[in-house]
Design a protein around this ligand. Sequence first.
Ligand code: NAG
Ligand code: NAG
Ligand code: NAG
Ligand code: NAG
Ligand code: NAG
Length: 503
Amino acid sequence: MGSFTAFVPSICTLALIVIVLMLSADYLSSFASHSSFDMLQFRIVGSLSDLQNRAALLTESSDGVIVNRFTNSTAASDGVTVNHFTNSTASSDSVTVNHFTNSTTVKKKSSPSEIDKRKELNQGLARSRASIRKAALTQKFPSIIKNEDIVPQRAIYRNPGAFYQSYAEMERKFKVYVYKEGEPPMAHDGPCKEMYSIEGRFINELEHGTTRFRTSDPERAHIYFLPFSVTSMVEYLYRPLTYDLVPLKQYVADYVKVVSTRHPFWNRTSGADHFMLACHDWGPLVSEANPQLYRRSIRGLCNANSSEGFNPQKDVSIPEIHLFGGYLPTKLQNPPPLTEPRPHLAFFAGGVHGPIRPILLDNWKGRDSDMKVYEYLPEGVDYYSFMLQSKYCLCPSGYEVASPRVVESIYAECIPVILSKKFVLPLSDVLRWESFSVQVKVSDIPRLKEVLTSISEEKYMKLKKNLRAVRKHFMLNKPAERFDAFHMILHSIWLRRLNMRLS
Ligand SMILES: *[C@@H]1O[C@H](CO)[C@@H](O)[C@H](O)[C@H]1NC(C)=O
Ligand SMILES: *[C@@H]1O[C@H](CO)[C@@H](O)[C@H](O)[C@H]1NC(C)=O
Ligand SMILES: *[C@@H]1O[C@H](CO)[C@@H](O)[C@H](O)[C@H]1NC(C)=O
Ligand SMILES: *[C@@H]1O[C@H](CO)[C@@H](O)[C@H](O)[C@H]1NC(C)=O
Ligand SMILES: *[C@@H]1O[C@H](CO)[C@@H](O)[C@H](O)[C@H]1NC(C)=O
């Protein structure tokens, strides 16, 4: 019996699993309602209520892609039961999988040197907190920042001095321990393209990219990473037509059980110095698998709905970044000069999902030539060109609070107009969204044009300038670059570990 990895290459590296879509799933229907795109769209978006449709799509995506390949898993050798999946349909290669590698159990009492390491680590954290507090007052930037060619646009940060100091402290000392348990594709890998690319990109960057933040000595770690991908679980563990998240939750529960049994770290803090990261809509639901993970651990989530347990005190709202085929669309790479006039006031095109979009479309679809609001884009019109020619890009929540539109608007330097409820905006622990976006209450949607036209040209230019400055914080680079989305997410996790707020 071969090893599992021999059958399933890394999602990130071989891109076997992910079908290249030219269009965002979310506004896919705008383009090609009867085309084969619908059939290819097996990427899962939306709410549980929409499961039925999506499950149907899952089964249709059988162009060589095996969506569900688990037969009976073996129990881990230490008696911890891992996942049991029976009745899989497509597992023609009948692989028996042991999800968790057989790493040695660390159960011995802390030796003096381990105690010293923890003491040193805690003193280091205390020094970082002190220097950040000081910078928050003096607003002086640390030297490593000044040496770089960075001219920070102060307005975009809640507290620029504190942010740059905490960023510098992170670069100097932050160490993450990545658990080795689990095997690809569910752990140590994830999608690096399409809607949920941030999952795979983050995991891969931490495991194979910049090594500065990773430590192989768990006693020297500030934080412990559970490197699983909810999107991969949806692809491999979700059984079509079952509408059932139990297998995904079982995987996560088992993962936590295994690492908390084999290592002393989880129990030490009941998971509080551990983190997971999920961009998939079901991330929050799947994290319910373990109550400590849900309530105490840091959860980096795209679907940051504060009515669904997202807790900004400990959780981190991460950006949903849609990378077609793994790349930033070329059209969005170089937005036009700031002063170039944009002919359209506002733009939206997308499916009528969730509670807010019907209100937007009812009020504005086909109503006003300044308000380019479409359900289906007219033929021959390009989505990104529209964004680049609009002053404001409307970003209503769909099935879930997050939408890749928000980041696409930032790339296009089209001021995002946030139309949502209970959405904790990405990186809003650090960034002042009001300096580069507009938030409009859902009840004000009927007055949307009035709201937007009342923004002065001077204010608009300020927003746009700030938007350009904030752009780098939402870029995904390979390899990661300072201050990009990878580092910003890591920085927010660092802040949670310091247990500090910058505002
Ligand atoms: C899976 O388990 C069932 C019952 O536990 C057993 O009958 C079957 O042979 C197993 N299949 C494989 C492939 O191990
Ligand atoms: C597995 O499939 C058999 C026959 O198709 C069915 O009787 C049984 O209920 C299924 N078990 C589960 C757990 O779905
Ligand atoms: C797993 O660990 C057990 C107990 O330490 C050992 O007996 C066994 O040989 C190990 N298996 C592998 C594949 O390393
Ligand atoms: C952590 O706590 C759990 C539940 O109390 C226990 O089963 C496990 O053995 C503990 N882990 C370690 C390493 O002691
Ligand atoms: C946020 O969560 C609440 C509570 O579950 C839900 O009613 C609401 O629809 C969610 N928002 C979105 C946009 O999904």
